[in-house]
Design a binder for this molecule. Structure first.
Ligand SMILES: Nc1ncnc2c1ncn2[C@@H]1O[C@H](COP(=O)(O)OP(=O)(O)OP(=O)(O)O)[C@@H](O)[C@H]1O
Ligand SMILES: [Mg+2]
Length: 467
């Protein structure tokens, strides 16, 4: 901002008004030295025209003129807003009365000069007005610039404020967004927490119900198993008595029997044995279900087990007219099992194979080491099992397809054998699988792992009940 330093080197207009050309000439020559622009008018009207078109620093106005005289011209100049401030110096050759001078001042005269004038005085007076005009212009210019600067500053401030405002509004909007997001998050978290606690409460309730149901079921199952085990055990004692005494009778321990007596005591013995087998199976199942079956594990050779099982069922096979074969590798590894239980499994598989094979058929027992397992396979050429019956095989008391033997004697059994066998094999960590084709035969495979980890507690506790 440089208000003072900027010099105003412009030329200003001085308007000379006189109806006498020679007077104009004198004025010209007097004022030329000021170096300003001299405008000339020969009448009041011409002077007005100049004032309309130009900015004048000073008007030197002749008073006595035809048509519009000096005073009238001055009056018209003063009436116009844009020219009101222009200084006017009246030139008069007329009388020097105070009245005239007074009239000049009342229309805004600045000065009075009488003709003939002194050129030096005229010049110096005019130069004062020129300076005044220039100074006025300077001040005007400066205030204009000031206004401009102020305007610029104002605009800058407005721009700055706008920018600040915008930044602030962005910031606030951002904060609002963050707040909204946080609120949404909080709401979601709250909903989630509510849903979770609801779910947890549900779960808790279900757990309690489940617990109650399980406790109840366990109690019932325990009761059933204990009841069955107890009753089976209690049944066995008198049953063994009946069997023992019947056998003694049958063997004519107490004297000879007639044919009729012999036949019937034979039926008693047979029924007694059947009943004992059933009671034993029920006892086993209930112990297995109650988790109270304990294995008496000992190192056992496979041959001893297969051999014993085969010898037990040989009379049955002969009666049925079925051939029994054994195919076992000479050197089979020793396994750690409960031999009584494995024999029981083999006995059941073999008796099934014989029972469900017609006369002339064949039952083959194969034993071999398969990887880390011992595999015992009982294969028959019997009636087979329909695919749809397979899932029912291992269920307790499931005897299927009695109609296969229609017209023939229905094989005996209670349907517990396979259920007990499966559980016993699984207690040895083994598995049992059955493949069968109707009228072609059935193959049952038992696999028992060789490296069987012996469970603590399930180890060598002796069987209390005995088999
Ligand atoms: N080798 C087989 N051939 C054909 N059917 C079989 C064979 N083994 C089992 N089944 C069928 O599976 C059923 C169930 O066998 P499981 O040994 O469990 O009972 P069961 O022999 O009838 O009675 P239990 O063994 O208790 O005296 C048998 O009734 C029979 O229908
Ligand atoms: Mg059976």
């Amino acid at each position: 901002l440089s208000l003072e330093t900027e010099p105003v080197e412009q030329v200003v207009n001085i308007l000379l008004v006189d109806d006498q050309p020679e007077n104009i000439l004198v004025l010209r020559s007097t004022l030329e030295a000021l170096g300003q622009n001299l405008l000339v008018a020969h009448s009041g009207r011409e002077a007005l025209r100049h004032v309309l078109n130009h900015d004048c620093a000073l008007i030197i106005l002749d008073v006595v003129m035809p048509d519009l005289d000096g005073f009238e011209t001055a009056q018209l100049i003063r009436e116009r807003e844009s020219s009101r401030q222009i200084p006017i110096v009246f030139l008069t050759a007329g009388d020097r009365s105070e009245a005239r001078a007074f009239r000049g001042y009342s229309v805004g005269a600045v000065d009075y000069i009488h003709k003939p004038f002194h050129p030096e005085v005229m010049r110096s007076k005019a130069s004062v007005f020129v300076e005044l005009a220039k100074k006025t212009e300077l001040v005007r210019e400066q205030s204009r610039r000031l206004r401009e600067t102020e305007q610029r500053e104002h605009e800058r401030q407005i721009a700055e404020a706008t920018q600040r405002h915008q930044a602030e509004s962005y910031r606030i909007r951002g904060e609002l967004l963050v707040k909204e997001m946080e609120a949404a998050k909080a709401r979601a978290a709250l909903e989630l927490a509510e849903a979770r606690s609801q779910l947890l409460a549900d779960l808790e309730r279900k757990n309690v119900e489940l617990d109650r149901a399980r406790t109840q079921a366990e109690r019932e199952s325990r009761f059933k198993s204990t009841f069955l085990a107890g009753i089976s055990h209690e049944l066995r004692t008198p049953l063994n008595g009946i069997l023992g005494f019947s056998e003694m009778l049958q063997q004519e321990f107490f004297g000879p029997l007639n044919a009729m007596q012999k036949e019937h005591i034979g039926l008693v013995v047979e029924s007694g044995r059947h009943l004992l087998a059933l009671v034993n199976d029920v006892l086993d199942i209930s112990k297995l279900e109650a988790g109270r079956m304990e294995l008496a594990l000992e190192p056992t050779t496979l041959a001893s087990m297969t051999g014993a099982a085969l010898e037990t069922v040989r009379p049955l096979a002969e009666k049925q007219g079925v051939t029994l074969e054994l195919d076992a590798a000479a050197s089979l590894p020793i396994v750690v099992v409960d031999p009584v239980r494995i024999r029981q499994v083999l006995y059941n598989l073999l008796s099934n194979a014989i029972k469900f094979t017609r006369a002339g058929g064949r039952v083959l027992v194969r034993a071999r080491k398969a990887g880390e397992e011992i595999e015992i396979v009982v294969e028959d050429t019997g009636v087979g099992i329909r695919p749809e019956d397979m899932p029912r095989l291992f269920r307790e008391f499931e005897q299927i397809e009695p109609e296969r033997f229609a017209g023939e004697a229905k094989p005996e059994g209670t349907g517990l054998g396979l259920a007990v066998s499966k559980r016993l094999v699984e207690l040895h960590r083994g598995s049992i699988a059955i493949e069968s084709r109707v009228n072609e035969g059935t193959t049952v495979s038992v696999r028992i792992p060789l490296a069987r980890t012996i469970e603590v507690g399930a180890a060598t506790a002796p069987e209390q009940e005995g088999a």
